[in-house]
Structures are given as C-alpha cells and as structure tokens.
Design a protein. Structure first.
Length: 471
C-alpha cells in the first residue's frame, strides 16, 4: 500500500471517528434530556455534527474540537434548557470519560493486532514499506472499529441507566461526575504515555510492558463498571427516597383523616346528647311557664339556642367527613378574619377518603396563604362543578403576590411547614403533590393559575362509565 493511500485511509477513519463521537454524544444527550425533542433540537444536532466534522478537517489538535464542542453545548444548554445546565455538564463529562475509556481499550486491541502482523514483513524486501503501511492501515481500521463498538456499547448502557433521571440538583451532578472526571483523567494520562518521543528515539509503553495490554483494558472496564454501578444505586436511592416520602405523606394523610372522623363522631355524639336531654329541657320550660317566670324562660331558651348554634354546621355537604373538613376550615377562616365561601355537595362519585385528601390540602394551602395577609383582606372561594364526565374542584384565594417557585414545570407554593425528618424528607410542596397523585388516579390533573395577588387551583377528575369512576 502506498503512503498516499495510507494517509487517505487515515483521513477517512478520522472523519468516521468524529461522526461516531458526535452521534454517541447526541444519543447520551437525548437520554438525559428526555423531556424535550423538538425541531430546534434536531437542527442543533445536525449543526453539531457538521461543526465537528468541519473542525476535523482543520490542522488542529483534537482537544480544540472537544473544547469548542463543550462551549457550544454549554451555551446551547444555558439558552434552551436554562436551569438544567447541570445536565449538560454531566453529559459532557460522561461522554469524555466514555471516549477516553473506549480509546484506551481499543488501543490495546490495535497494539496486539499490529504486533502480530508486523512479524511477517521482511525488512530486507523492497516492498517492506508498503507492507508496513498495509499492516498499519489494517490496525487503524481495527482501532476505529473496536473504538466505535466500545463507545456505542458503553453509551447505550449508560443511557439505559440514566434515562429520565432528575439531575437538576448540582450535588447529584457532582456525585455522578466524580468517576467520569477520574476515569477520563486516568485514561488521558495513560493514552499520553503509550508512545513518547525521547531524544532521537521513541518509547512505546506496550513494548516495554507487554502485560499492560490486558491490564489497561481491565482498568477501563472497572472504571466504567464503577460509574454504571454508581448511577444504578443512585437511581435506586432516589426511588427508595420517593417511596419513603410517599409513605410518610400517606401516613400523615391517614392521621389527618382519622382526626376528622373523630371530630365528626364527637359532633354527632353531641347532637345525640342534646336530643336525649331535650325532654328535660321541655319539662323545665313547662315548669317555668307554669310558675309564670317568663323572663327565666327567655333566658333559658337563649342559652339553649347558643348551645344549638355551636353544634350547627353552616355548610351541609351531604357527607359527615366533608361536613367536618369544610366547616372546620370555615371556622379557622372566620377566626382569622378571612372571607370563606363554599359551594360544594358530595355526590358519592369518589371515595370520601380521596376527596378528603384533596379538600384538606387545597383549603389548608389557601388558608396558609390568606393568614399571611392583614385581617379582612383574605378570601377563599371553593366550588365544585360537574360537567358531563368531569368533576371540577376550584379553589380561588388571595395571597401576598409572591410568585410561587416553579420546579420541573410544576408550581410549588412557599411553605412554612417544618419537616419531621430534616435532611431526608421535607414537607415543602407535598400538599399539591398529594392532590396531583389523587387526580392522576382518576385520570385527571391539576391546573394552577396566578393572576396578580389571586391564586387559582382547579382539580379535574375524569369519570369513566356512568356512575363509576376510574381508579
């Protein structure tokens, strides 16, 4: 093989390697940023590949292309993904680690193949240089092919592990990037030592230490396995943490519902007690009337009326549990000087336990927001509407105008609640998350609107068959 043919093959293989790198980077990017896949992303992906190929034709070191690509990716991530820049950092570090590890393993394969092939050419033959070029060309093909296969395999394994992961927190990004940084650093140092020019000669590491032909690939495999294991256990930790938090929330909800049921039982017990004593009250009134003590009768009836008013509900909803919840919130609002209006009637469409979770959380959030205002300025309007197969629960309330925090596309109102499990489980935003969980069980959702100093939440529950609700 002539020198010109050898150089042309090398150029083609270099471009092929660049294209594979760009594609694998985009595959990893798509796995981490699985939320968005729009036309803008497609155009950016094509430009990314073309720019990398274009830089590959320039007479510059490969690190220049990596640096330009990294800056372009960070800029694009900062503009289009804003608060998810941590994901972009993770993708860059993870890809560079995969590249270095893949090249380290492929270099051992290349060295082994070339060493075997170079034993056959005779230096005394006139075609020795052509044979050398042919052996080197075959070795380069094997190098690029094995590198491409290894890079693709590691990328797809990492994609399966990291797909859809929530990497918005910088502490998670730093944790998962430690081995990426260490792996790329070790592989980069080793690759730089494979062939070193010393004065007039060349030091080839594998020639001096042949046992490193299998040790280096083993180190690369172990580093990648460590990274994969770290991501896997981190994912499991996040799942277990979410399950623990969900269990904690459900436990708190059950306790709250038990308390409401006890209040309802006490309330109806008081009513039964009054009914039982009514005969005695009537006998006392007859006795006072017979004695002509009409002033005493008026005072006696007034005290009875006060007792009855304490047991009277302003809002009768058709269910004991919802009666207790709504009237309890009404009394709390009345004491705080908050205007409270409710138009709700329980029709038995969904279990009262699930409905109680929605009512408790929505009204508690509204009350907390209004309690921050001056007395007399807060208001809460709660309505329920039925539209065909839909049940709509609307809560509208005033608040201090501070726009709630938006995380992952979901509003999370500021909270003053303190967690009983600090550092592990927080109660921040749990109320609305609970409402979302219940709504999703009934194929519904939660819609939140903020207009000025008015906060509006609509919970939609979808009806399945007539008279039955999806669960």
């Amino acid at each position: 093989m002539s020198q010109s043919a050898f150089e042309m093959i090398n150029s083609v293989l270099d471009i092929w390697k660049i294209v594979i790198q760009a594609i694998m980077f985009l595959v990893l990017w798509a796995a981490v940023f699985s939320v968005r896949k729009g036309k803008k992303d497609g155009i950016a992906a094509v430009l990314f590949i073309l720019v990398n190929v274009g830089i590959g034709f320039l007479p510059c070191a490969s690190w220049v292309r990596y640096a330009v690509s990294a800056f372009a990716v960070l800029g694009y991530g900062g503009i289009c993904y804003k608060k998810q820049i941590g994901k972009a950092v993770f993708v860059i570090l993870a890809f560079y680690n995969l590249h270095c590890l893949g090249y380290l393993m492929a270099s051992s394969i290349y060295e082994k193949i070339v060493n075997v092939m170079l034993k056959s050419p005779d230096i005394m033959q006139g075609s020795y240089q052509q044979e050398m070029n042919r052996c080197m060309a075959v070795g380069m093909r094997c190098l690029v092919f094995s590198y491409s296969v290894l890079l693709a395999a590691m990328t797809f394994i990492l994609c399966r592990l990291i797909k859809g992961a929530d990497l918005t927190a910088w502490q998670d990004v730093l944790l998962l990037s430690v081995l990426n940084f260490v792996g790329s650093l070790i592989a980069g140092v080793v690759n730089g030592l494979l062939i070193v020019k010393i004065n007039e000669g060349i030091f080839i590491l594998f020639d001096e230490k042949p046992d490193l032909l299998w040790k280096f690939p083993m180190i690369a495999v172990l580093i990648f396995a460590g990274e994969a294991a770290l991501i896997y256990f981190w994912q499991r930790y996040r799942v277990l943490l979410a399950e623990r938090q969900k269990h904690f929330v459900e436990e708190q909800q059950v306790k709250a519902m038990k308390k409401r049921l006890e209040e309802a039982e006490n309330f109806y017990g008081s009513i039964r007690k009054v009914r039982h004593e009514m005969k005695n009250h009537m006998a006392n009134i007859k006795g006072l009337a017979g004695a002509g003590q009409y002033g005493e009768i008026e005072d006696y009836v007034r005290r009875m009326d006060e007792t009855m008013q304490e047991l009277e509900y302003k809002y009768v909803t058709g269910n004991a549990v919802t009666d207790v919840i709504i009237n309890d919130k009404y009394r709390r609002a009345e004491k705080a000087g908050i205007q409270f209006d409710s138009d709700f009637r329980y029709g038995g469409e969904i279990p009262v336990f699930d409905l109680g979770i929605i009512l408790n959380n929505l009204l508690d959030n509204a009350l907390e927001a209004c309690e921050k205002l001056e007395p007399g300025k807060g208001f809460i309007r709660f309505t329920m509407k039925r539209k065909k197969q839909f049940l709509l629960l609307d809560v509208e309330n005033s608040f201090d105008g501070a726009v709630p925090v938006q995380a992952g596309g979901k509003f999370i109102p500021p909270t003053t609640k303190q967690s009983t499990l600090p550092g592990i489980i927080t109660e921040h935003g749990i109320g609305l998350e609970n409402v979302r969980d219940v709504a999703e069980r009934y194929f519904g959702g939660v819609n939140i609107k903020v207009k000025g100093d008015v906060f509006h939440v609509t919970v939609m529950l979808q009806q399945g068959e007539v008279g039955e609700w999806k669960k």
